[in-house]
Design a protein around this ligand. Structure first.
Ligand code: CA
Length: 225
C-alpha cells in the first residue's frame, strides 16, 4: 500500500482528494498547513506528496524546499489558475508534476498513479523502469537501449538507476558520490563527471546533446524521461 500525504488547507478539497485516493487503494494522511505538513512528512515518510501551493503561514514552495532537503519523494503541486510563476518555480525546484485548480479529482488520481509508476514506488518488487528508448532492470542490473543490451560498469549502472528512479529530480555531484560510492569512496566530485561522460557515450544517441542524463549547470545532473 502506498502512503500519500495531502497538504491542503481547504477541507472540502482535501476530503474529495482523500476519498478518490483511498478509492485507488492508497493510504492517505492530511495536513492543513505547512508546519503540520513538515511534521507529518517526517512522521509517516509518505511515498508521494500532493501539495497545495497556497497555504496559510508557511507557503507551499517553502514546504516543498524543506521536503526536498530531506528526500526525493515525488511531489505533485496544486497551483491556482493563472499563477504561472509559482508553477514554474515549483518545477524548477524539482516538483514531479502539477495540477491546476479547479481540477477534477479523477485527473489528480491518474496523475498520482503516473508519478508513482515513474518513481517505482508503486511496484518496488519489479524495479523495472521503462522509458521510450531505454529499459532499466534493477533485478538483473541490465540496460537496453532501442532493444539492444548495453554493457555498463557497476558504477555507471548505479548512477543511471539512481537518477532514473527520480525523474527530473536534480542531484548534486556530492550527493551522487555519497549515495552511490558510500564507504569505498576515494575520489572527488569529478569522478562523477567522468562516469557520467562514459554513461552518456553508451546510452545517448548524441552524447554531446544528451536527452536523458542532463547537466544542470552549477548543480549536478537530472534524468529526463
Ligand atoms: Ca489553499
Amino acid at each position: 500500500m502506498t502512503r500519500i500525504l495531502v497538504v491542503e488547507d481547504e477541507p472540502m478539497v482535501a476530503e474529495v482528494v482523500e476519498r478518490y485516493l483511498r478509492r485507488d487503494g492508497h493510504e492517505v494522511t492530511l495536513a492543513f498547513d505547512g508546519r503540520a505538513a513538515c511534521q507529518e512528512f517526517e512522521r509517516s515518510l509518505p511515498d508521494l506528496v500532493v501539495l497545495d501551493l497556497m497555504l496559510p503561514g508557511m507557503d507551499g514552495l517553502e514546504v516543498f524546499r524543506r521536503l526536498r532537503e530531506a528526500s526525493a519523494t515525488p511531489v505533485i503541486m496544486l497551483t491556482a489558475r493563472g499563477n504561472e510563476s509559482d508553477r514554474l518555480r515549483g518545477l524548477d525546484l524539482g516538483a514531479d508534476d502539477y495540477v491546476t485548480k479547479p481540477f477534477s479529482p479523477r485527473e489528480l488520481a491518474s496523475r498520482v498513479r503516473a508519478v508513482l509508476r515513474r518513481s517505482g514506488a508503486s511496484a518496488p518488487s519489479t524495479e523495472k523502469l521503462n522509458f521510450d528508448r531505454l529499459q532499466i532492470d534493477a533485478s538483473t542490473r541490465t540496460v537496453e537501449v532501442d532493444g539492444r543490451l548495453v554493457m555498463l560498469t557497476a558504477r555507471e549502472f548505479d548512477i543511471l538507476y539512481h537518477l532514473a528512479r527520480h525523474p527530473s529530480h536534480v542531484f548534486g555531484r556530492e550527493q551522487l558520490l555519497s549515495s552511490i560510492w558510500e564507504h569505498d569512496f576515494d575520489g572527488d566530485a569529478s569522478t562523477v563527471t567522468v562516469h557520467v561522460r562514459r554513461l552518456r557515450a553508451k546510452i545517448e544517441l548524441d552524447p554531446s546533446r544528451p536527452a536523458h542524463i542532463r547537466t544542470v549547470w552549477g548543480v549536478g545532473y537530472k534524468f529526463e524521461p
